[in-house]
Ligand binder design. Structure first.
Ligand SMILES: Nc1ncnc2c1ncn2[C@@H]1O[C@H](COP(=O)(O)OP(=O)(O)OP(=O)(O)O)[C@@H](O)[C@H]1O
Ligand SMILES: [Zn+2]
Length: 724
């Protein structure tokens, strides 16, 4: 009797499919196969072999086996199966996230080498009319060893010109000097730095790789030199044949970090992030899967890759909310990393100056080892933080007089300053001062942000945009004006006040081009006086030694939010952005503008003691029965009408009726209508995590069988980051 295999597909279906295994073929879990599916062909991943075939159904055979080896070795397979169950996301889609796009599409798992070109022949034979081709030939001729096709394109030539010269035998493919996979090549170029006594003390408390699974929370204040500790740790503990994974929130924002790692580990460093193209992804994936001794610096999804010899995990800025995927497979990269270390029996270091309450709680209850590093590295001292009451003070572009004066003094001393604004664009809303009309998004329950540079009004929640007008669209009054601050406006005011100083704006709009943050930051890296103005992007991990002043335009946004995580996120952002001040030899100063200068949270911020604020916040979470003291999951629904969304959630509420499970809602979401979809949510909260997991599984299975109105959708989010 032929054997049967159970196969997962890359579809949002909570079920697997059985196929006959052809004679003479043996399959292992995680292996890629091609199978007939409906009238099409699909790529599948083997989940189980030797299963009992269902009775009375004739099965189709597996069509072909894509490679002999398993794309997902057993540890990765186990990890993804666990994550599928924990986050209640269909197994097939979870497994496929661990494959690069090329392999999801069924392409061969072969390294795609870059094309390299060398000049040959005599370029002088080209006719004068072909001056572009001549220029290309001259340009390539400079490179004796040849140059990559992608570099040629980057230099402004086209693939067509390249081909034309190839056809004329003036360019020929060159052999790649490429990276050899030999581990001897992975030799460090520089020796590890000497750690300060405080760093050494912290480093000594980190586990040895022989200790097996061991999670440490490295609480090191901003600028305390955590990165240096990671480098030192890897240098000392990672064996020549071992792989390591360093998770970071966003690579493109902090090219410095990668550069620092490369300085010590050279070619051994590879990166994984969303800006890689398909062949770059495939190449990195193959090295990871083949067990090459790499150190991978990657964003969230790197934690799902099929490492073969993973020996150490590091999660930098572990508090960062971008570790949680916001759609589809809603996993937390940090939490999956901890589970992975556990599966793998290897150490993991979670580092942050502002640890998440979850991790800090785990440290307090002994699950993680808490390592404290409360001194800045080198000669730097922590910055002094003070509140600036802006009630009844005139503001210019959001800046008060004292703040402008402080900026002037900073520049006078030859230093740099950073101004933190919470919103990109020019102003969060346009309002008519005659009729009170505010321009709203026609598709969302939000207002349109005014972007003066592009003369547009844009919705930050959908892709709607419209041309900005000078008169009120409703009553045609001229008294139609921007209200509130965005980065563009602050940039203008700064430029007007400091006409000879470069103003460097950093936000999603200014950095949209790939790699442009590097270019933008070059100005800052010169160390010459300048003012940086920007959003959260500036709060993340940057090391600008000459920034001595940080001004926070308005700290009040998160103070009164309904989201239970808002206070935590507010102090994290404020401390992180404050931490950009005074990292070099000069002391830093932080001015936080607020209308609530007697708010306990902001007062505590001035002492800068994060852990005591965290203790306070944890006490509030415990009293309010919130995570990390409880387990939480949210069902969300969206549909063409609010009624439909609420109906779906009502039926979930009935299914969720179980002892020990508290159910809140259903209620419309904070932004109830987004891109013309009506959204609502239902929160489940309990102190029985295991119980919640099995309940959720049952609910999801049932829901999948149920018919819901056309166009409606439900989603489940376990350990949600956002509850609004
Ligand atoms: N032992 C040391 N001696 C001298 N300088 C050091 C030492 N360790 C780190 N530094 C320097 O101190 C600065 C801050 O270090 P690093 O960026 O590693 O801090 P961090 O803890 O990661 O900060 P943050 O959390 O704020 O991003 C860097 O410029 C780094 O080169
Ligand atoms: Zn919108």
């Amino acid at each position: 009797m032929p054997s049967t295999a159970r196969i997962a597909l890359n579809r949002p279906l909570r079920r697997l499919f059985d196929y006959i295994v052809p004679e003479g073929v043996t399959l292992t879990p995680g292996q890629r196969v091609k199978i007939p599916f409906g009238r099409q062909q699909a790529v599948g991943l083997v989940v189980e072999t030797e299963v009992a075939p269902p009775e009375g159904i004739s099965l189709k055979p597996v069509q072909s086996v894509l490679e002999k080896w398993s794309a997902l070795p057993s540890e990765t397979f186990q990890l993804l199966s666990w994550a599928s169950d924990y986050y209640q996301h269909p197994l097939g889609e979870c497994l496929f996230t661990a494959l690069p796009p090329a392999l999801r599409r069924g392409r061969p798992a072969l390294e795609k080498s870059e094309d390299w070109w060398q000049a040959c022949g005599n370029g002088a034979i080209l006719p004068a009319t072909a001056h572009k081709q001549k220029k290309l030939w001259d340009w390539v001729s400079q490179y004796d060893q040849g140059i990559k096709g992608s570099e040629i394109v980057k230099a402004g030539f086209t693939r067509a010109q390249l081909k034309a010269l190839h056809d004329k035998d003036l360019l020929k493919p060159a052999t790649t000097p490429g990276i050899s996979s030999q581990s001897q090549l992975y030799r460090a170029e520089v020796t590890a730095p000497t750690l300060s006594p405080a760093q050494t003390e912290a480093a000594c408390q980190l586990p040895s790789p022989d200790d097996g699974f061991n999670a440490s929370l490295l609480y090191g204040i901003t600028g305390s030199g955590k990165t240096e500790i990671y480098l030192h740790y890897l240098k000392k503990n990672l064996t020549a044949d071992g792989q390591a994974l360093v998770l970071v929130p966003e690579i493109n924002l902090t090219p410095q970090t990668v550069a620092r790692f490369k300085r010590y580990f050279g070619e051994r460093i590879l990166v994984w992030h969303s800006a890689l193209n398909d062949s770059e992804r495939l190449n990195v994936w193959l090295k990871v899967r083949n067990g090459e001794p790499i150190i991978l610096i990657g964003t969230r999804s790197a934690v799902l890759l099929p490492f073969k010899a993973l020996k150490t995990l590091i999660v930098d800025e572990e508090h960062d909310s971008s570790y949680k995927q916001g759609e589809g497979f809603r996993y937390s990269g940090r939490d999956v990393a901890v589970y992975r270390a556990h599966l793998n029996q290897c150490p993991i270091i979670l580092g942050s100056a502002t640890p998440s309450l979850e991790s800090y709680h785990n440290a307090l209850n002994g699950k993680y080892r808490l390592i404290r590093l409360e001194e800045r590295a080198g000669a730097a001292l922590p910055p002094s933080i003070s509140l600036l009451d802006i009630r009844s003070r005139p503001l210019e572009g959001g800046l008060s007089r004292p703040a402008l004066q402080a900026l002037q003094q900073t520049l006078d001393k030859g230093n740099q300053a950073l101004v933190f604004v919470n919103r990109r664009g020019f102003a969060p809303v346009m309002m008519c001062f005659d009729c009170g009309h505010m321009v709203e998004c026609p598709r969302c329950d939000t207002r349109l942000t005014y972007h003066r540079r592009d003369r547009a009004m844009r919705c930050h929640h959908c892709d709607y945009q419209t041309a900005a007008t000078e008169t009120c669209p409703k009553c045609k009054s001229q008294a139609f004006k921007p209200v509130g601050q965005g980065t563009e406006q602050t940039e203008d005011i700064l430029a007007a006040n400091f006409p000879t100083t470069p103003i460097v704006r950093v936000d999603r709009d200014s950095t949209q081009r790939k790699g442009s943050i590097q270019t933008i930051l070059q100005q800052v890296n010169t160390g010459e006086p300048c003012i940086l103005v920007g959003t959260q992007m500036l709060a993340k991990g940057h090391d600008f030694p000459n920034v001595t002043l940080v001004v926070v335009i308005n700290a009040d946004g998160g103070l009164f939010s309904v989201d239970f995580r808002a206070p935590e996120q507010l102090i994290q952002t404020l401390l992180q952005v404050s931490g950009r001040a005074g990292r070099g030899t000069k002391t830093g100063k932080v001015l936080v503008q607020t209308c609530h200068s007697d708010h306990p949270l902001l007062k505590a911020l001035c002492h800068g003691r994060y852990l005591s604020m965290a203790d306070q916040l944890l006490a509030e979470r415990e009293a309010g029965l919130f995570p990390p003291f409880r387990a939480m999951a949210i069902f969300r629904a969206e549909a063409d009408t609010m009624e439909q969304s609420l109906q779906i959630l009502d039926s979930i509420k009935r299914l969720a009726n179980a002892p020990g499970i508290e159910v809140w809602g259903p209620l419309p979401a904070l932004i109830a209508r987004r891109a013309d979809r009506h959204r609502a949510q239902l929160i489940l909260n309990t102190d029985r995590r295991k119980h919640l997991n099995s309940l959720l599984s049952r609910i999801c299975q049932t829901l999948e069988q149920q018919r819901i109105p056309k166009g409606a959708k439900w989603m489940i989010d376990v350990d949600p980051q956002e509850t609004g």
